[in-house]
Ligand binder design. Structure first.
Ligand code: 5GP
Ligand code: ZN
Length: 112
């Protein structure tokens, strides 16, 4: 997807510091953080949303990477939240699948 901002981040067209990178996934800090720690974990391959994923390995790669990053950042001590906004009412604004990893404060529930 040549006009997708997260594809450009994943393939290096937009220089970005990665907190984590492997053959399937990259992670970087959110531009507009909603918590003291706000990391985005994305598949390198473009999927417009969670609903577009057809291969279960995408989920195992994404989730296991997010948990690994949380441990690396020692977020498991006090806890963290993983969120995947999907579609318009789900609050998705960037149409490339991404998992939000949020931590560093008490996170409210239910979400807005
Ligand atoms: P969504 O609203 O789709 O669930 O989340 C998209 C997230 O991407 C938002 O939290 C927004 O701040 C973040 N974002 C949008 N554009 C960029 C960008 O160019 N760089 C980074 N690091 N984050 C971005
Ligand atoms: Zn993309």
């Amino acid at each position: 997807m040549s006009d997708c901002i997260f594809c450009k981040i994943a393939n290096g067209d937009i220089p970005t510091e990665f907190l984590y990178s492997d053959e399937n996934v990259v992670a970087f800090r959110d531009l507009n953080p909603q918590a003291p720690v706000h990391v985005l974990v994305i598949p390198k391959k473009h999927y417009a949303s969670a609903s577009a994923v057809e291969d279960d390995s995408v989920w195992s790669n994404l989730m296991s990477s997010a948990v690994k990053i949380a441990k690396q950042l020692e977020l498991d001590k006090n806890g963290y939240r993983m969120v995947i906004n999907t579609g318009e009412q789900g609050g998705q604004s960037v149409p490339h699948l991404h998992l939000h990893l949020l931590a560093g404060r008490n996170l409210g529930w239910p979400p807005g």
